[in-house]
Design a protein around this ligand. Structure first.
Ligand SMILES: [Fe+2]
Ligand SMILES: [Fe+2]
Length: 533
């Protein structure tokens, strides 16, 4: 029996890798490396080293992967093989793309094009990688252009497999831009080729990313089928985590919460063990949406806060611009959970329907009038939604009592700011709105509750929600009195002038000014003038 050549061993290793038999692939590549070293075949050696680097990287061994790539580059240079040297640089850039600074990735790709540009095939892949880089940095237009050029180059050298990858990536960018028809088409084209050339990994990628598109189009059956087919292709790894996440999302949307919980938890566990931060953050967000639907608001907020922290960690790398989009999505979910929780509190108190929403809207307007930054405005909006969350612990009869409250009832009612903060105990927040919950009934003259704070001891945000809360309470019907007219309410607020700082009072008048009676506006202007004197 003849000993297989280094080239044969390399070929065998490639086949193992394509079949996602990674352990066997590693063994085969190592055998190829040994044989190439023995035979002095530097071309096969450089290629085997580089391919092994790719497998190591897929197994989350990036340090080893980088070392193998650098060795591949050195061997190729010694053999004066520019194409193989460029290949090594291109792979190194690929590792940087996921694990290193993006500036390094760009440098490696550009140098790869420079060194190996004579090869259309290599140019196709380097363009592909520059496209991925552009997409990561949020430049969809540039990404589409790079991918299109890459697809052209692949087609011109009849590289079907390469074309399949280009189609897949065009699908990804199209999905990102909400071009769902295009995304559908690209993923189908890519998958078809991936099956033909027996690239299991690419099949899995296509199935899962196409499943996300199906999910976005509410085609849950297809999304589920894709994710389950993908699951049959892998055991372990990031793709399995993504598959579980999609299955969990589908179960959630189709009214199977217990199954959804189980799948999303499996996805989370896998995302954590594989160290995939993006996947972990995405899964936490999906789980939060499930818990919100199950009225587990505290758990939902805890998960969202954790996801926010993960994105923050990615953002700290400074070069991942696309995190902004994810972050905005997350903040919108956060707001949705908080506002819905706020509204569910109102359902306990039949007279305050819409109260939180109105207080939130007007409080943000006052914050804008005061020139407060975006971060503070968000905190005020969230605090306004949840300012009365503690009322869930006040008895329904007390909340809706038509007559005056007894001393004991009033004391219970006045506990709601403290109970509200207690309910949020142990949950971290990207925006700290707890001071608003605790102190929205404090008054500037020291006559408020629960802590009898005075003057500027009361945080500005709590004063803002406080004045708007009073205004909304006056202008809506309560169990103990009918709604006041706007004018009467403004007169009442002016009578209680000592409860808020000059700045907050004036900003409140200005932001409701459009609907204020003429004489009221004149009076508020006079108040401003006298203050400046
Ligand atoms: Fe309150
Ligand atoms: Fe309130």
């Amino acid at each position: 029996m003849t000993t297989p050549s280094a080239a044969d061993l390399l070929h065998e290793a490639r086949a193992r890798e394509r079949a996602v038999e990674l352990t066997e692939a590693v063994v085969a590549y190592e055998a190829a490396i040994g044989a190439a070293e023995g035979a002095g075949d530097r071309a096969v050696l450089a290629e085997a080293l580089r391919r092994l680097a790719v497998v190591r990287h897929r197994c989350n061994q990036s340090v080893e992967a980088r070392r193998l790539c650098e060795r591949s580059f050195t061997v190729a240079r010694e053999a004066r093989n520019d194409i193989l040297a460029a290949e090594a640089l291109n792979t190194l850039g690929g590792i940087d793309l996921e694990a290193g600074p993006l500036a390094d990735a760009r440098r490696h790709f550009l140098r790869a094009v420079q060194l190996g540009g004579a090869s259309r095939e290599l140019r196709a892949r380097a363009e592909q990688n520059l496209g991925i880089l552009a997409s990561i940095q949020g430049d969809c237009e540039d990404a589409l252009a790079c991918y299109a050029r890459s697809l052209e180059a692949y087609k011109s050298c009849n590289d079907e497999h390469g074309s399949a990858i280009a189609y897949h990536n065009l699908g990804m960018v199209s999905a990102q831009r909400q071009l769902l028809d295009e995304a559908d088409r690209y993923f189908s084209q890519s998958y078809e080729i991936a099956v033909r050339v027996q690239d299991t990994y690419l099949q899995g990628l296509c199935l899962l990313n196409h499943a996300e598109v199906y999910f976005a189009r509410e085609r849950y059956e297809q999304a589920l089928r894709n994710a389950e087919t993908a699951l049959g292709l892998f055991d372990g790894g990031v793709l399995q985590a993504q598959a579980y996440r999609i299955i969990g999302m589908v179960y959630r949307e189709t009214g199977r919460p217990a199954l959804a919980d189980a799948r999303l938890r499996s996805a989370l566990e896998l995302a954590v063990t594989t160290g995939s931060v993006l996947n972990e953050a995405a899964t936490r967000r999906e789980l939060a949406i499930l818990y919100q639907a199950l009225c587990r608001n505290q758990d939902a907020l805890r998960l969202l806060n954790e996801a926010h922290g993960l994105f923050g960690r990615l953002d700290a790398r400074g070069d991942l611009v696309y995190v902004d989009g994810k972050m905005a999505e997350l903040e919108a979910t956060y707001l949705a959970v908080v506002s819905e929780w706020g509204q569910s509190i109102e359902s306990n108190d039949s007279y305050t329907f819409g109260h939180c929403e109105r207080v939130a809207t007007l409080a943000v307007a006052v914050a804008q009038e005061l020139g407060l930054d975006q971060q503070t405005q968000t905190a005020i909006r969230l605090g306004a939604y949840l300012h009365d969350v503690g009322k869930v612990r006040v008895q329904h009869e007390v909340l809706n009592k038509p007559g005056p409250l007894t001393q004991a009832e009033r004391e219970a009612m006045q506990m709601h700011p403290i109970w509200g903060v207690e309910l949020l105990l142990g949950i971290g927040f990207p925006w700290d709105f707890r001071p608003i919950i605790r102190w929205h009934h404090e008054k500037y003259d020291g006559s408020g509750y629960p802590d009898r704070l005075r003057g500027d001891e009361i945080p500005l945000s709590a004063q803002i929600v406080g004045i708007v809360d009073v205004y909304d309470a006056l202008t809506t019907e309560r169990s103990y009195r009918p709604a006041m007219s706007r004018e009467a309410a403004m007169a009442e607020i002016e009578r209680c002038r000592g409860w808020w700082s000059e700045a907050v009072y004036t900003a409140f008048l200005n932001s409701t000014g459009a609907t204020l009676p003429r004489d009221m506006r004149a009076r508020s202007l006079r108040a401003e003038t006298s203050q400046t004197r």
